[in-house]
Design a protein around this ligand. Structure first.
Ligand code: UTP
Length: 274
């Protein structure tokens, strides 16, 4: 029912300079796979097979990664190295990949709006691949798709964060509907701890209904002079319904160096070596 997933990948990744000077942050490897591949695999596992990237200048390596490399295939075919290509071959055969560009870095809301033509008039997933999510059974996006089938409205994934971390996130306030599900009543982007409406922080997984596009168009730039998705979602929550979902699983902040190292250690010990 939800078929499409948008990946905003236009960011500069300044926190990883100089590594990201000529290489997209999303292509940095967590052990043996680029960060973005984990996100795409999560989307495919949730049944979202039409993958749309909102890219910017210097991101061509992402498009090359999700395409067949004939030279490499030819070189490796029939050798014992073929096993190293298995995961990316599976991704390429399951998904279809489209690209559009965000001409200026005007914020996440603007990046989503740039993806409008790839999505059209249907509900869709959004993955910020900086957030690497690991779940025991069902992936985080699959959990959210299941919830969408029940409630049919936009959903943001949230997790509890300590007070000294809260100003890095969009933060919600909400009325509990049932275990781990809240109807959003307030949302603030990167609040000071004293202004945070709760300790529930939004992480990089969303299901959005398509009316979000028109709302973003009418959302003025907010914090840091960027068009904030959080502001648009707040309008959507006031007009109808937005849910916050405390997902089952662990999220690593691979947009920061410390989180990236933590994810690398975790994947090496718990996934790669298993
Ligand atoms: P971040 O601000 O965390 O990513 O945006 P960044 O700018 O790449 O990283 P730093 O802060 O410079 O190190 C979160 C996500 O939103 C995307 C980014 O690519 C990232 O995946 N984004 C953000 C866009 O695509 N366009 C924007 O205008 C802003």
């Amino acid at each position: 029912m939800i078929k499409k997933c948008l990946f905003p990948v236009a960011g500069y990744g300044t926190r990883f300079l100089p590594a990201t000077k000529s290489m997209p942050k999303e292509m940095l490897p967590v052990v043996n796979k680029p960060l973005v591949q984990y996100g795409v695999e999560e989307a495919l596992d949730a049944g979202l097979h039409e993958i749309g990237f909102v890219t910017g200048r210097g991101k061509r390596a992402i498009a090359d990664h999700f395409d067949v490399s004939y030279e490499l295939e030819h070189q490796i075919a029939g050798t014992d190295k073929e096993k190293y290509l298995e995961s990316i071959r599976a991704v390429i055969s399951k998904g279809s990949f489209s690209y559009t560009r965000q001409s200026e870095m005007r914020g996440l809301g603007d990046a989503i709006l740039s993806g409008r033509r790839l999505i059209g008039d249907e509900a869709f997933g959004v993955v910020l691949s900086d957030d690497l999510c690991v779940a025991a059974d069902e992936g985080v996006l699959a959990q959210m798709v299941r919830l969408y089938k029940q409630f049919r409205c936009s959903i943001v994934a949230v997790q509890e964060v300590p007070e000294d971390q809260i100003s890095k996130f969009g933060v919600i306030a909400g009325d509990p509907i049932k275990d781990g599900i809240y109807q959003v009543t307030n949302m603030v982007e990167k609040p000071e701890p004293k202004d945070a409406p709760s300790n529930l922080a939004i992480i990089g997984r969303y299901i959005l209904t398509p009316d979000i596009f028109e709302i973003i168009e009418n959302t003025p730039p907010g914090k840091n002079n960027e068009v904030q998705l959080t502001d648009a979602l707040m309008t959507q929550a006031q007009n109808g319904c937005v849910l916050a979902y405390k997902f089952k699983g662990t999220r690593f902040d691979c947009g920061s160096v410390a989180g990236f190292v933590e994810a690398t250690n975790f994947v090496y010990e718990n996934i790669y070596n298993k």
